[in-house]
Ligand binder design. Structure first.
Ligand SMILES: CC(C)=CCC/C(C)=C/CC/C(C)=C/C=C/C(C)=C/C=C/C=C(C)/C=C/C=C(C)/C=C/C=C(C)/C=C/CC(C)(C)O
Ligand SMILES: C[S@@+](CC[C@H](N)C(=O)[O-])C[C@H]1O[C@@H](n2cnc3c(N)ncnc32)[C@H](O)[C@@H]1O
Length: 389
């Protein structure tokens, strides 16, 4: 194996072959030739468009944000409207409506119809009633504030990031940060609401991929306000639930699940899953959008504790967006990689890395389960061996 960064002549022929096109493209004279040749210019145009999308990504995001804030997609649900009809409903001048809608058409959020009317486009249609994605889009103000100076983030110069205020348990390791266990109910309200609103991206996808038939008790670790446990209990009438989260969050879950009429089937327990003994009695444990929040040492502690809390044959479901997801690579290492950098802890991990950590924690078998939309969540199911381990 060659050391990374080895000189070209020292590298294997296969690697040099693979890198050859990029070396050619990196030469401005080659690019000039390839842009004008009839055989290659389609590739040049496609690369130009892809690169332009990276340059302009923030602008596109803000067009989407404006549409979400104005509830534009819902307003077009009953049929196309022109700028004059939209203007009073959006509280904008007709020219501003056209500016927004033309941009949205270019991004396939909207589509143009005769009579200068605007209709839902293929991407805008998928946003109608999609409160989960809308909530994510709206909270990105904090992320973008932190990303304004990417090098400061990379160099670790930004302790007081906006995202750390959104996720106060991530600030717990910092000087002056509260221990997660002592966070107040209103300190967790913001992220609990965001997680509740976005849980529809996850719960149905996970439970479709891995129904909890024949499972008796589900313990949802870091279960937030209980949306996942609620979805599982509603699907499986005989299932009972346990929810474990920080005390302030568990209290919110208990109140919400009680109002939802599930108080008799779920117990909500407050504690710190990195320091406290986990409750016993569950044959299934779920970690939904929890592991990527934590650094490797904490994940090892958590997975080992989950393993020890399960009986032989017990199952652990680990569901979260995963790095290197085929077809959604940018979601993992680019989006979540930088989101978690700004948040101050954790990292996205690939299914293979997570599987290795699960085995290291003692699980005898680990399988990757395909979900309908892997961009929204991947899923690993690990089983504690029946034989003594
Ligand atoms: C009818 C005819 C003739 C043709 C139709 C053709 C057809 C079949 C079209 C398909 C239509 C369809 C089903 C579209 C589906 C679209 C979907 C599923 C879109 C999904 C989009 C999901 C998105 C954009 C998800 C975004 C998620 C984000 C940004 C999540 C962020 C999560 C964060 C920040 C979590 C934070 C938690 C922490 C701190 C990391 O732990
Ligand atoms: C990103 S949220 C996910 C919530 C929920 N599972 C979901 O998918 O909607 C992570 C959850 O882990 C909880 N959490 C973080 N650190 C914790 C700790 N040390 N002990 C217990 N819960 C913790 C947070 O309070 C939060 O509810």
């Amino acid at each position: 194996m060659q050391a990374a960064g080895a000189p070209p002549e020292a590298r294997g022929w296969l690697e040099r072959l693979r890198d050859w096109p990029q070396r050619r493209v990196a030469d401005p004279a080659f690019r000039r030739w390839a842009e004008s040749s009839r055989w290659t210019r389609w590739i040049a145009r496609r690369r130009a468009r892809e690169l332009f999308d990276l340059v302009a990504g923030f602008v596109y995001s803000q067009v989407l944000l404006a549409c979400v804030q104005l509830r534009l997609f819902e307003r077009l649900q009953d049929g196309p409207l022109d700028a004059d009809a939209l203007a009073p409903r959006l509280g904008l001048a007709p020219d501003a409506v056209r500016r927004l809608c033309d941009a949205a058409v270019a991004l396939r959020l909207l589509a143009r119809r005769s009579g200068e009317r605007y209709a839902l486009g293929p991407l805008g249609a998928a946003m109608v009633g999609n409160d989960a994605v809308a909530a994510m889009v709206e909270h990105h103000a904090a992320l973008y504030e932190d990303l304004r100076e990417p090098l400061a983030l990379l160099r670790g110069h930004r302790d007081a990031t906006a995202l750390r205020r959104v996720w106060p348990y991530a600030a717990a390791g910092l000087a002056g940060g509260a221990a997660p266990r002592s966070l107040a109910v209103d300190a967790v309200a913001g992220y609990c609401a965001l997680m509740s609103a976005s849980q529809p991206l996850v719960a149905g996808t996970v439970l479709d991929a891995w129904p909890l038939r024949r499972r008796r008790v589900l313990l949802d670790l870091g279960g937030g306000e209980g949306r996942f446990v609620e979805a599982a209990l509603r699907r499986h009438g005989a299932l009972r639930g346990l929810l474990f989260d920080l005390p302030a969050v568990a209290a919110r879950a208990e109140a919400r699940l009680g109002l939802a009429g599930l108080g008799g089937r779920v117990a909500c327990l407050g504690g710190d899953f990195l320091r406290d003994r986990l409750p016993r009695g569950a044959d299934t444990i779920s970690l939904v959008r929890v592991v990527h929040d934590h650094d490797d040492a904490a994940v090892r502690t958590l997975l080992r504790a989950a393993h020890d809390a399960l009986p032989p044959g017990g199952q652990l479901l680990l569901a979260e967006p995963m790095a290197r997801t085929r077809g959604a690579e940018a979601m993992g290492d680019a989006y979540f990689g930088w989101y978690l950098l700004a948040m101050g802890q954790g990292r996205p991990r690939s299914a293979d890395e997570l599987a290795a950590m699960l085995r290291e924690a003692g699980f005898g078998s680990v399988r990757a389960v395909r979900t309908a939309v892997p961009l929204q969540t991947g899923l690993l199911v690990a089983e504690r061996s029946v034989a003594l381990d």
